[in-house]
Design a protein around this ligand. Structure first.
Ligand SMILES: [Ca+2]
Length: 263
């Protein structure tokens, strides 16, 4: 009976799904609702750590990375790492992987190891949900070494800071840091070396391409111009299979999760 009810709501308008959610107050359905909520909480705590790897890259060879054209920026894959270069003040280098998150229902994670190799003045991080065609949507999760801060930003006609925090324990020159973005429905979380740094509820985009970010600071402000940043062990995990109670993602799961995370 319960299975039939769940299957029956797939594809119905949102208002109908919400009506069914109200109906979970029915005592006969309560155990399922509790089980789903527990599963959701378990998944939230896991931060997709055990989800299957959709794409992994140790940069032993070029698997199809591409540079968003920008003056005085470049990258090279050699000796097992990807090296991003930015040779002009405020030029940010964006390098995209072959992965697009469009199909993952905003339920995935992106992680990488990164270090600056010629100064402590670089910015570096991850880009996600970039739209190559319109070129006007993009999230950036990055460490700013000069400011000693961690940022979560998005581009909607202009740059908007969604969340920021003090950087905490960050390895400086020649020291690897592990960065990770977790997208769970409406929620975005950014981790530095396993510690939650920034968090927000934001669904500006449906999905998009994921990749790497590096930037140089202004020489006029007293910082060196050129940033050289080294990335390794990039991975994207697909969390969709873990997110629901019955092993099959459907419209009810998505709505429950989005509502739960939106609170
Ligand atoms: Ca490597």
């Amino acid at each position: 009976m319960v299975g039939f009810l769940l299957g029956g709501v797939v594809g119905l308008p949102r208002v109908m799904v919400q009506a069914v959610q109200i109906a979970t107050n029915d005592p006969s359905l309560e155990p399922l609702a509790v089980k789903m909520e527990n599963d959701i909480k378990t998944e939230m705590e896991s931060n997709l750590a055990s989800s299957p790897v959709l794409y992994a890259d140790a940069f032993d060879q070029d698997q199809g990375w591409w540079l968003k054209p920008a003056e005085k920026t470049d990258f090279i894959i050699k000796e097992g790492v990807l090296i991003a270069k930015s040779k002009k003040a405020y030029r940010n280098t964006q390098i995209y992987s072959p992965v697009n998150s469009n199909d993952m229902n905003r339920w995935y994670s992106v992680e990488v190891e990164v270090k600056s190799t010629n100064s402590d003045t670089a910015k570096y991080g991850l880009v996600f949900e970039y739209d190559r065609v319109s070129d006007d949507q993009l999230y950036v999760f990055n460490v700013d070494i000069v400011e000693n801060k961690v940022y979560l930003r998005k581009y909607v006609d202009e740059w908007v800071v969604i969340d920021k925090t003090a950087a905490g324990e960050i390895g400086l020159n020649e020291t690897n840091n592990k960065l990770k973005v977790v997208r769970q429905g409406r929620r975005i979380k950014g981790y530095v070396n396993g510690q939650l740094a920034v968090e927000a509820v934001d669904i500006s985009y449906e999905g998009g391409e994921v990749g790497l970010y590096a930037g140089a600071r202004s020489a006029e402000d007293g910082f060196v111009e050129m940033a050289k940043v080294e990335f390794d062990n990039f991975a994207v995990r697909d969390g969709r299979g873990d997110m629901n109670a019955d092993g099959v993602i459907d419209a009810l799961d998505v709505n429950l999760l989005q509502n739960w995370y939106g609170k």
